[in-house]
Ligand binder design. Structure first.
Ligand SMILES: [Zn+2]
Ligand SMILES: [Zn+2]
Length: 353
């Protein structure tokens, strides 16, 4: 009876859901998602882009701002960001006036990772071996930047699409490595540590076991990774990619697991593109153990995808009003979003290098 009342609550009535990774809540209003989805699948419209763009600062052989020139790279290419938000030589200084005016110097490194020499591809359009090369680069960068004594956290992320403020369509991501553990990873460290202390297992390992028993929020999976719409998702089509083995970081993945991650990323991003028939915008990034020199048995590697789109290629979700002042809110339930993502094909184009 309680289980049934709970199911009705989640599908039909206003309620709040807890994000156990951050301790934050999201308000869900399923009764407002009145229009039933008709099950139509849009053809993916591809903007025709050249494989090489002489005006692109990320294409092989091209000049960048500041006078550097890219090599004729054939796979991936990593370089220090020419307009870095963090610099390794930040002077040691601090401000503290009565605990109210507080500031600290923050040294760090910002890098750009080109996923492919091809200007016209995205992760969704790359073949799995090409994505696997990117996984290896992410793991290497995490390990090498994280081993530096002044680096306590390595944030790997991708901002895709003009809607997310990314002006260059060349497939690339960024790495910001810094001394401090930033806000969201710090929260996730605390919640995962508490869960691990109580249960002796990782929070996301336990969560993934629950999701696999239910299946209603799973999007796609293989032997090494699963992609699902989290129970507490804020963005309409937000997903979480979780490793089956509770490893703390990308560098700890074995060969088969790295192939598995590449496979799930290709399939998930191809489903995103198929959803509204466009190259789907998102911000995505990995969360993994801080590199602060402490042991982190609580940490469980995962990747967040936060896409802004709500109903179509042009209708996006805005975080305004109540959401700016109080907490996030959504109408479409995470279960309905997962059903939509499961219903679209994942074969994509997948022919690219
Ligand atoms: Zn380019
Ligand atoms: Zn996270």
């Amino acid at each position: 009876m309680a289980e049934r009342a709970g199911a009705t609550l989640l599908a039909e009535h206003p309620h709040r859901r807890l994000n156990p990774l951050t301790g934050e809540w999201v308000l869900v209003s399923p009764h407002r998602a009145l229009r039933p989805w008709q099950g139509q699948v849009e053809p993916v419209l591809r903007a025709e882009r050249p494989a090489y763009d002489p005006g692109c600062y990320l294409c092989p052989g091209n000049p960048r701002a500041g006078g550097a020139r890219n090599p004729q790279y054939a796979g991936t290419f990593v370089f220090d960001n020419d307009f870095a938000a963090l610099r390794p030589d930040a002077p040691e200084a601090g401000v503290d006036v009565d605990g109210l005016l507080v500031a600290r110097a923050e040294p760090g490194v910002c890098r750009v990772v080109c996923f492919s020499p091809r200007h016209d591809l995205t992760l969704a359009e790359m073949a799995t071996p090409g994505i696997r090369r990117v996984v290896d680069v992410w793991a290497e960068q995490y390990a090498s930047l994280g081993s530096r004594p002044e680096i306590g956290h390595v944030q790997i992320f991708e901002n895709k699409g003009e809607m997310m403020g990314c002006s260059n369509p060349h497939p690339h991501g960024q790495i910001w490595a810094q001394r401090s553990i930033p806000l969201i990873p710090m929260r996730e460290t605390a919640t995962q540590a508490e869960h691990h202390r109580r249960h002796g297992r990782t929070l996301l390992g336990d969560y993934l076991a629950l999701e696999e028993a239910r299946g209603e929020r799973t999007v796609c999976a293989n032997d090494a990774f699963a992609a699902l719409v989290p129970f507490w998702a804020v963005w309409p089509f937000e997903t979480l990619v979780i490793s089956r083995r509770p490893v703390a970081d990308l560098a700890a993945l074995d060969d088969a697991e790295r192939d598995g991650l590449a496979d799930v990323l290709r399939r998930l991003t191809a489903r995103y593109d198929a959803l509204f028939g466009i190259s789907f915008p998102y911000s995505a990034g990995f969360h993994q153990a801080p590199t602060d020199g402490e042991p982190h048995p609580e940490w469980h590697l995962h990747m967040h995808f936060h896409p802004p789109l709500l109903r179509s290629a042009t209708v996006r979700k805005f975080m305004v009003g109540y959401e700016m002042m109080a907490e996030p809110q959504r109408d479409l339930t995470p279960e309905a979003a997962a059903e939509r993502l499961r219903a679209v094909p994942e074969d994509g184009r997948g022919g690219g290098a």
